[in-house]
Design a binder for this molecule. Structure first.
Ligand code: RFL
Length: 410
């Protein structure tokens, strides 16, 4: 624990404590909400099931949209990001043995920022716990939510050190515990609607201890299956390979991975792939979902807890940050000034953008996978989409706007 609320009893006394906000989950969403609240001098408690070391190293996303970076910057959360992130302005499609550069910054004036998620989480934890004096408990077990539709909800959890069960009272609970958390599961099924889309494909997600093999992101569209090359850092590169859903990563030994990557990313004049040890190899279950509304009583869901976007268009962390900006600002305005507007509008304000990105994801997924589907009709429509993006300035600009994410002043 980093600090105790001055208004609460001794945390070890066993007496229930009260926080205006309890945040479940210390990912990008939960830590951003916590940081916004601490900047407004609102007491909050963040509960995280993993250790600090674990969350600071968990590899995942890497691409931040420009509005998300600016939103972090406005809240004093982007100093290290701005020093260390790579700024990208192009991506590359490879198909039929050719390379096609797509300069999205030239079309829109906006960029992508490449900053690995573990670095962002490290920055956010440091700022929340060490700089802004926020209260955070790592390694908690069996988190349970109670009385969400009352004015006095509470959260109980088991402390890792003692095995003791603690109860904290709250005015609000922020459910930021990701796709496998408990907060979404606490919603009464009859009060929410969950929409789901399964892509029917798998992706082998790889991290290679190797420098990038190209100066930008590459999408390899190939009859044998999609392959992706994602820049992460000068030492580590993320790759993806389309595979059957539910495939076993053990079916993909080092030699097979690199042979498939070379084959699917091949194009005239392309630099050779720089191979390296594979430090992560997992098969992703490619699906999306959206929970509506994102609020139930005193519980507000944010990030992957509320909506999932398979990493096809690199949107998940960006959406998690957008929710967190809206929720953090809404909670701070309510607790410090009694303003209810932000919280009342929260779910609707988030869901517009969520559905916008959800719509783009299957569209792009079809561009990646139509050629390898074995269906000549889907392969034909994929070629038509690519021809349009590279042949029509209007289509190129529309694609660039969706790929980069809409600009917004959050
Ligand atoms: P997170 O990051 O999953 O954080 C949730 C936190 O809650 C904790 N937790 C609990 N804590 C207490 N009690 C419980 N019962 C709990 N259950 C879970 C977890 O340990 C964790 O610390 O959710 P958040 O904050 O909503 O952030 C979402 C993003 O992490 C996610 O959308 C992105 O990683 C998705 N994603 C990408 N998004 C992008 O915007 N750009 C990308 O380039 C990108 N690449 C990716 C990705 C996701 C990937 N995977 C692993 C699916 C690449 C990959 C491979």
């Amino acid at each position: 624990m980093a600090s105790a609320s001055p208004h609460s009893p001794d945390p070890d006394s066993g007496a229930p404590r009260h926080f205006p906000v309890v945040v479940v989950g210390a990912g990008p969403a939960g830590l951003t909400v916590g940081n916004i609240l601490r900047a407004a001098s609102v007491e909050c408690l963040v509960l995280e099931s993993e250790t600090r070391e674990f969350i600071e190293q968990r590899p995942r996303a890497g691409v931040l949209e420009e509005w998300a970076m600016r939103g972090l910057q406005r809240r004093g959360l982007a100093d290290r990001l701005l020093e260390r992130a790579q700024v990208h302005s192009e991506c590359e499609f490879r198909f039929a043995g050719e390379r096609y550069r797509f300069g999205y910054s030239e079309l829109t004036g906006h960029h992508h920022f490449v900053y690995p998620q573990p670095l962002l989480v490290t920055d956010l934890v440091r700022e929340y716990a060490d700089v802004r004096g926020g209260d955070i408990r790592f390694g908690v077990r069996e988190v349970r939510l109670h009385g969400l539709d009352t004015d006095r909800p509470s959260v109980s959890y088991t402390r890792p050190e003692t095995g003791r069960r603690d109860v904290v009272h709250a005015d609000f609970v922020a459910g930021c515990d990701g796709a496998r958390g408990v907060t979404r599961a606490s919603l009464p099924p009859e009060r929410v609607h969950v929409s789901r889309h399964d892509y029917g494909i798998g992706w082998l997600a790889l991290l290679a201890e190797a420098p990038p093999s190209n100066d930008c992101v590459v999408f390899g569209i190939h009859p044998d299956g999609f392959a992706g090359h994602m820049v992460r850092s000068p030492e580590v590169t993320r790759y993806y390979l389309e595979c059957p859903p539910g495939d076993d990563p053990d079916n993909w030994p080092h030699e097979r991975v690199w042979a498939e990557l070379r084959q699917r990313l091949a194009a005239a004049g392309a630099p050779p792939l720089t191979e390296g040890r594979l430090i992560e190899k997992r098969v992703l279950d490619m699906h999306n979902y959206v929970v509506e509304p994102m609020r139930f009583g005193r519980l507000f869901l944010a990030g992957d807890a509320a909506h999932l976007a398979a990493p096809i268009a690199a949107k998940g962390m960006n959406l998690a940050l957008r929710d967190a900006f809206l929720l953090g600002d809404g909670l701070a305005a309510y607790v410090t000034k009694g303003e209810t507007g932000g919280l009342n509008r929260y779910s609707e304000a988030c869901l517009g953008r969520v559905w916008d990105y959800q719509e783009f994801s299957p569209w792009l997924c079809e561009v990646y996978h139509g050629t390898s589907s074995g269906d000549p009709y889907r392969a034909g429509t994929t070629r038509a989409r690519l021809r349009r993006v590279f042949g029509s300035p209007a289509a190129a600009t529309a694609f660039a706007e969706q790929y980069l994410g809409k600009d917004s002043a959050l």
